[in-house]
Design a protein around this ligand. Structure first.
Ligand code: F6P
Length: 319
């Protein structure tokens, strides 16, 4: 093995640049060449490659987004797409690949591994919906970004005696909503993993108001429904005229937190260690503080579930 490719794919996540840097610098440390592949699998199919050097990954560690850019590439998963990618790697003498992304990107990586390409995955998504790691790169930063926004909303909610419904990302998973909801002391946290009980929400809000609470905050995961839909359903059922805020892509931007930067650096370096050690078709993750390797498909075959202790906390602390 002498030439390693690295790409970022799917939704960007803060910390991806720190991971690219760690991949490149660890590989260069071991006298391996590194090629950056722009725009994920799309760039791989098109041969959009750029050599990465020690200096070209300098100054990016604390930058949000991804210098390699990213894309969601349907053509890659269509018939012929994977084989075309394998040929592109061969033509360019790239004998191993590091894929930084979410479970969709890992499914593509697994297809490549099944065709003999040496591949290691690094979990990067704000959704935190992948098994094989306790935390995906970008999740911590996205939680902090959401929290900062919600704390500002609290100011105006309390000044105006209002209820806000804040819609956060997370796709089909409620990790982002649960974490930020607990951190901001939301009265309600609605996640796709649990049924929505409109009566319980309106009763609790009513009860809180009777006890003198003058404002209310609901953190809603986008996988449940849109904030506008929930506001419509709650109108007339509770004592507020709800205002809605959709945090959207704001949550994907910004400089990575200390936690994400360190996680991304450790996992980036571990991905190269795995390849040097002859492993392929694996993902690297952080489990109970340790860097571990697991078969890449664990990311989607094992389902991560919401921590029941966190769910209990919401019930106890939000009264
Ligand atoms: O997977 C990351 C994520 O930000 C999800 O939380 C969200 O549902 C989705 O990507 C949005 O994707 P796009 O940027 O393509 O609209």
């Amino acid at each position: 093995m002498h030439r390693i490719g690295v790409l970022t794919s799917g939704g960007d996540a803060p910390g991806m640049n720190a991971s690219i840097r760690a991949v490149a610098r660890t590989a260069l440390y071991h006298d391996l060449e590194v090629v950056g592949i722009r725009r994920g699998y799309e760039g791989l199919l098109e041969g959009d490659f750029v050599p990465l050097t020690r200096s070209s990954v300098g100054g990016i560690i604390l930058h949000g987004g991804t210098i390699l850019r990213t894309a969601r590439c349907e053509a890659f998963m269509r018939p012929g797409g994977i084989n075309a990618a394998v040929s592109k790697l061969k033509e360019n003498d790239i004998d191993a690949l590091v894929v930084i992304g979410g479970d969709g990107s890992f499914r593509g990586a697994k297809e490549l591994a099944d065709r003999g390409v040496k591949v290691v995955g690094i979990p990067g998504t704000i959704d935190n919906d992948m098994a094989g790691t306790d935390c995906t790169i970008g999740f911590d930063t996205a939680c902090n970004t959401a929290l900062e926004c919600i704390s500002k909303l609290r100011d105006t909610a309390s000044s105006h005696d209002r209820m806000f419904i804040v819609e956060v990302m997370g796709r089909h998973a409620g990790f982002l909503a649960l974490e930020t909801g607990v951190a901001c002391g939301a009265e309600f946290i609605l996640v796709p993993e649990l049924p929505v009980d409109l009566k319980a929400i309106s009763d609790k809000i009513h009860y809180a108001k009777q006890r003198g609470k003058t404002h209310s905050l609901i953190v809603l995961s986008e996988g449940v429904m849109h904030a506008a839909e929930l506001a419509e359903k709650l109108k007339g059922r509770c004592d507020y005229d709800p205002r809605i805020v959709v945090l959207g892509h704001l949550q994907r931007g910004g400089a990575p937190s200390c936690f994400d930067t360190v996680l991304a650096s450790r996992l980036g370096s571990a991905a190269i260690d795995a390849l040097i050690g002859g492993r392929s078709g694996v993902m690297v993750g952080r489990v109970k503080g340790e860097v571990v390797e697991s078969p890449i498909e664990i990311a989607w075959t094992d389902k991560r579930t919401l921590d029941p202790d966190m769910l209990r906390l919401v019930d106890m602390l939000s009264i």
